[in-house]
Design a protein around this ligand. Sequence first.
Ligand code: AMP
Length: 181
Amino acid sequence: MNILVAGPQGSGKTTQAKILADKIGACFIGTGDLLREFANGESNDARHIKERMGKGELVDNLVVAGLVKDKLARPECQSGVVTDGYPRNFSQHETYDPGFDKVIYLDISDEEAMKRLLARGREDDTPEAIRERLELYHEETKPLLEAYQDSGKLVRVDGARPVEEIASDIEESVKGSRGGI
Ligand code: AMP
């Protein structure tokens, strides 16, 4: 089973995607984590990634799609994956579609997202980069989520609650769709 956990930055999608992957014995694919790992190298791609991430801009489609594709092909990912952060827009969806059975949408307000991200204090969490990422989310990711909704794959979950509560809601909805884990 392939599941996408989506939502604005700061919605807790990485945390929830990791918890869910653990619970259902699937492999976790997080583009933020994958890119941060890759950005440590000295290649042109690494430099490109570092620069884009620092500004809160999206990394080149083919670079991200390549990383996701490679991870999906690994043996430990053959029984199912929980993905966080890809695709972020229609263009990425067209470049490479991992084929999701279900999309979990973690819903939080921009104010809450900004508050959480500033508190998190990651290197790319400057107020400008956060604003840029939230803007991109509304312009590009939201319409993609609406398309998933139209195809009946989207489950909205209120993301402004304790981690365990959200995790148990997500587990329920995933269980329901495949008749038990
Ligand atoms: P995240 O950890 O999901 O907040 O992502 C951090 C940064 O990684 C983003 O601001 C982008 O620069 C980059 N990134 C993550 N996922 C993608 C993606 N699917 N496509 C392009 N860039 C991405």
